[in-house]
Write a protein that binds this ligand. Structure first.
Ligand SMILES: Cc1cc2nc3c(=O)[nH]c(=O)nc-3n(C[C@H](O)[C@H](O)[C@H](O)COP(=O)(O)OP(=O)(O)OC[C@H]3O[C@@H](n4cnc5c(N)ncnc54)[C@H](O)[C@@H]3O)c2cc1C
Length: 240
């Protein structure tokens, strides 16, 4: 395995073989893709059956965390120390080419490997509950009602040290075989963005309660990956 303080170790498990020039292992690139997302998919195997569960997550240094109902099969199984692969994907464009083979998509993706473990200490669970909220913007937890003992009991948190990770990025325009440029097919790059929709305040909002200053970046029409990345930087600064 080759590695450095700035990069994740590389082995057969995470070395990008298909299109290796698109592979990255440095922490700045891997973390940048993770921090621009709220949603991940976590793959794991129970009794030989693979599952891949979508859920929300966040990063603290070299660790990833997610949570769920204490009754959840995913949580109960992973908590016992299951190897997992957590993936994040941002689709950036659809690439329409002059033949089916050259159709493609632009993307930024991460696959992160580690062993999941259950966090059972109630104080650490309460801290993680706050961190999950703070991930949206620092200071959010202090605006909330504190979690009850029952809520903390009903919620389980799973943590995973990132043992290895790979990022894969495609950021190219239409690319066809030279002879195919004579084909009169319409080709294009179709940029794809997930943007924040028009914010709908709760109809039961108390009079005078304003959108917190920390949420000023949450503006309708803005790409969510930008918003999440910015919020993550503020969160990281607050807990440095
Ligand atoms: C939105 C999207 C759409 C895609 N569509 C297609 C498609 O239609 N057809 C297709 O063949 N491929 C597609 N890919 C690429 C696909 O994810 C794989 O990279 C590719 O299929 C090669 O898989 P492999 O297991 O053979 O790769 P290998 O290179 O053998 O994988 C070895 C290791 O490289 C790393 N790795 C591989 N792929 C990724 C990745 N995407 N992100 C992070 N790490 C990675 C992993 O750690 C993996 O274990 C798409 C990717 C994205 C994000």
């Amino acid at each position: 395995m080759s590695s450095s303080a700035e990069s994740y170790p590389i082995s057969k498990r995470n070395r990008v073989v298909r299109r290796p020039m698109r592979g990255h292992y440095d922490k700045a690139t891997v973390h940048g893709i993770l921090d621009a997302a709220l949603l991940c998919h976590i793959a794991y195997v129970i009794d030989g059956q693979p599952y891949c569960t979508p859920t929300s997550f966040w990063r603290e240094g070299g660790k990833l965390y997610w949570h769920g109902s204490s009754a959840s099969r995913m949580i109960r199984s992973q908590g016992a120390g299951l190897p997992v692969c957590l993936t994040v994907t941002h689709m950036d464009a659809i690439v329409l080419a002059r033949c089916g083979f050259n159709h493609s998509v632009n993307y930024r993706a991460v696959m992160a490997y580690g062993v999941a473990h259950l966090i059972s200490d109630p104080e650490e669970k309460a801290r993680l509950m706050d961190r999950f909220l703070e991930r949206f913007f620092p200071g959010r937890a202090s605006l909330m009602r504190r979690p009850t003992k029952q809520e903390i009991k009903a919620t389980s948190f799973i943590g995973m040290e990132i043992e290895q990770a790979s990022a894969k990025i495609r950021d190219l325009h239409v690319h066809d075989e030279e002879a195919d440029y004579a084909v009169p097919a319409w080709t294009a790059l179709l940029p794809v963005r997930t943007v924040l929709g028009k914010i709908e305040e709760c109809p039961r909002q108390l009079p005078g309660v304003r959108k917190p200053r920390g949420m000023k970046g949450y503006v309708a029409g803005r790409p969510m990956d930008e918003i999440f990345a910015e919020a993550y930087r503020a969160y990281e600064k607050a807990f440095d």
